[in-house]
Write a protein that binds this ligand. Sequence first.
Ligand SMILES: NC(=O)c1ccc[n+]([C@@H]2O[C@H](COP(=O)([O-])OP(=O)(O)OC[C@H]3O[C@@H](n4cnc5c(N)ncnc54)[C@H](OP(=O)(O)O)[C@@H]3O)[C@@H](O)[C@H]2O)c1
Length: 481
Amino acid sequence: MPVDFLASVVLDGPQVIPYWDRIKEHGLTVLPIVGSIAAAKYYFRGASNTWERDMHGKVYIVTGGTSGVGAVLAYELALKGAQLVLLTRRTNDLWLAEYIEDLREKTNNPLIYAEECDLNSLYSVRKFATKWLDNQPPRRLDGVICCAAESIPRNSQRQITVDGVEKQIGINYLGHFHLLTLLEPSLKVQPPDRDVRVLIATCSSQNLGDVDLEDLLWENKRYPVSQPWKLYGSSKLLLGLFAKHYQKILMAHERKDQAPCNVRINMVNPGIVRSPSTRRFISMGSLWGLLLYVLMFPIWWILLKSCSQGAQTFYFGLFAPIIMKLEGGNILQECKINTKVRKELLDESLQEKVYHNTTELIKKLETQSARERNKNKTPEQLKREKDEKLKQQRDLNVKPKSDEELEQKLKSLRSQIGLGMGGATTTTKNASGTVEELPLFPDDEALKTAKEARHSSGSSKPATGSSSSKSSAGKRKTKKT
Ligand SMILES: NC(=O)c1ccc[n+]([C@@H]2O[C@H](COP(=O)([O-])OP(=O)(O)OC[C@H]3O[C@@H](n4cnc5c(N)ncnc54)[C@H](OP(=O)(O)O)[C@@H]3O)[C@@H](O)[C@H]2O)c1
């Protein structure tokens, strides 16, 4: 059809174009306008990524993968065959179930899962990270993409997270800080031939943010109702400082295999995107604002990027080989590394202090929240939790997290195989009244000696005594009563 049309324009002349007379009449006025719109649209769409990488078999954790840029990224990565673990506020949600099902169907990729990790709550983040780290053998992880964010519109009152922190700082900064630092063992344990790339979404509004070491989380300062972007910007600036210092920590880690650090953490600025959060921000969360946004849509269409255009720099961060050749902690923008950064991002001592202070603040907040949670629990709930914890501690299939837990598990193992309730060793009295310790896995000779000792001392059960998790099988210790 277009070929036919073009052929008739060439052969029969431009008068075959509909409304040609009017075009001829107003063309000189209309053409520059259309040209300018096209040029502006082309300019504001930003740079496009030109790198490709095979994503089959790679595993990514994605926050904010249900909306805006994160959703486009999830779709593209799934299309390329990556396995995705989308962290969402909740998982018992019909909309989410359909979203995942739809994504799997459209991308022909069944390896897309949702896990609960509400960045609004440090406890929820810890629960997810613990579950992830508990997995044996350690799970494959090729990267973490942090796209989730909260941006509060102008003239809204201060909102707080479950832990009582201002929402933008709490979700954007604290939640991601907690998630990534808890995942540190998983990041460090990945084989050396694996490129592990962590991308954290940032925003130009970080230039409006502030870092106040005495009040990192804006707990004491007045909440700027008419300028909430100051907190949004601060959350992104803090994330940048965190990324810088965290990269240093990972670089300094000495791997058992002596291989160099294979994790790179970078910030990605997607530009201004026509995403749900931008719409909410521009419309100020009101119906009138939404109406205005819809009426002005042609302007947003020209000036703002689509989510897919916003995702381009994320692809650059995930696919470009140069990322692994540099140290990390960079800001990626328009598919290149932005070298013009705020002075705080060059201040290593400030970055270290921010990291340290935030770690301390998280400890404090987690303790406070745990107390609050316990206060609101019924005695039955507390008992059930205690029993559950005890069961976990004794479960031999779960890796012990502390020496104490190891001890518990050894006790449980000993009792299961009928070796009394000692720890790694158990004690028994011999004929001369000396208490002897039995190893956890006694050989025939050790068992025979213990039996003789029990017979001669007249006791039917081995006496439980001191235990040591470090004693090894076949090794005997003797101690005087
Ligand atoms: N849009 C822009 O113009 C722009 C500009 C610069 C930078 N950025 C950054 O780019 C990233 C993506 O922006 P966007 O506008 O595309 O995002 P968006 O559409 O607003 O989506 C935000 C995502 O964050 C998730 N989220 C919010 N609170 C959460 C919580 N407590 N726990 C877990 N997930 C939570 C949302 O989940 P639900 O689906 O459950 O709501 C949603 O998937 C953000 O980090 C943003 O700061 C955006």
